[in-house]
Write a protein that binds this ligand. Structure first.
Ligand code: NAD
Length: 254
């Protein structure tokens, strides 16, 4: 997992949410390894800029829309002649709100952007990989919020738990096609997503996280790149938490 290797060897990846944060760092990491990358994001301005800076191809995509996701997959195959990896990473923080108060529209929006998107990326990515017959790798971004109640907004936590098991369902279905599906679960990572909550994140870190720094997008990108390539060829249906020990430490009694 060293920068500048040729582990990608001209293979092609589609990275959603590649305009910012973890997705952008993933595009950079894969490009360092020699992958060709299609960067898909809703934000055209940031997406184009990131793609230009990192040598990727940009396609404006709403990951909650089936036609858009199918088009992004088709654009990858058209641009590079192949699709070896899909990183379903785009996301939003979603609405905070007690279950007794949250509006159905807010709930549905959170699930559309965080869960329907991953389903669509798996569906259309796997169809293209299966048609080519060369196998592939799908990496989904969940969160430590998938494991407990309080590490994210309510709908967000429920949605990320769904992403976690969706990865296992997909791994079981697609293994015979040599398509691997794994999930990365970031903890407290400094990106625009946590925005103003960075001080809150710092106090959670002080209280509950063994490693004494907040995470960087590159910390997560490194693990995504490992799951994308052949170094992880016998790993599927798994999740890797990238959280400075937050999940492992659990509640503190000592
Ligand atoms: P970010 O805000 O920096 O980047 C998210 C990107 O997704 C943005 O470029 C945004 O434009 C894009 N996006 C949002 N809605 C979209 C849509 N409908 N279609 C296409 N693109 C869309 O956030 P980040 O922190 O890099 O988050 C990336 C992933 O990591 C998300 O799935 C997030 O839930 C997850 N995550 C982040 C943290 C953290 O602490 N930052 C922790 C756990 C999980």
């Amino acid at each position: 997992m060293t920068a500048g290797t040729n582990a990608g060897r001209g293979r092609a990846a589609l990275v959603t949410g590649g305009a910012s944060g973890i997705g952008r760092a993933t595009v950079a990491r894969l490009r360092d390894e020699g992958w060709q990358v299609l960067l898909a994001d809703l934000n055209a301005e940031n997406g184009k800029r990131a793609a230009d800076e990192l040598g990727a191809t940009f396609v404006r995509t709403d990951v909650s829309d089936e036609d858009d996701v199918a088009a992004a997959v088709a654009a990858t195959v058209e641009a590079f002649g192949r699709l070896d990896c899909v990183v379903n990473n785009a996301g939003v923080g979603g609405a905070f709100g007690a279950l007794t108060e949250i509006e159905v529209a807010d709930w549905d929006y959170t699930f559309a952007v965080l869960v329907r998107s991953v389903f669509l990326g798996i569906k259309h990515g796997a169809l293209a990989m299966r048609a080519a017959g060369n196998g592939g790798s799908i990496v989904n971004t969940a969160s430590v919020a998938a494991f407990s109640a309080g590490a994210g907004p309510q709908a967000y936590s429920a949605a990320k738990a769904a992403v976690l098991n969706l990865g296992k369902v997909a791994a079981a279905e697609l293994g015979p096609d040599r398509i691997r599906v794994n999930t990365v679960c970031p903890g407290l990572i400094v990106t625009p997503l946590i925005g103003d909550a960075v001080e809150a994140a710092r106090s959670v870190m002080d209280e509950a996280q063994p490693w004494p720094d907040l995470g960087r997008p590159e910390d997560v990108a490194e693990v995504i790149a490992f799951l994308a390539g052949d170094a992880s060829r016998f790993v599927t249906g798994e999740e890797i938490t990238v959280d400075g020990g937050l999940r492992a430490a659990g509640p503190r009694m000592h």
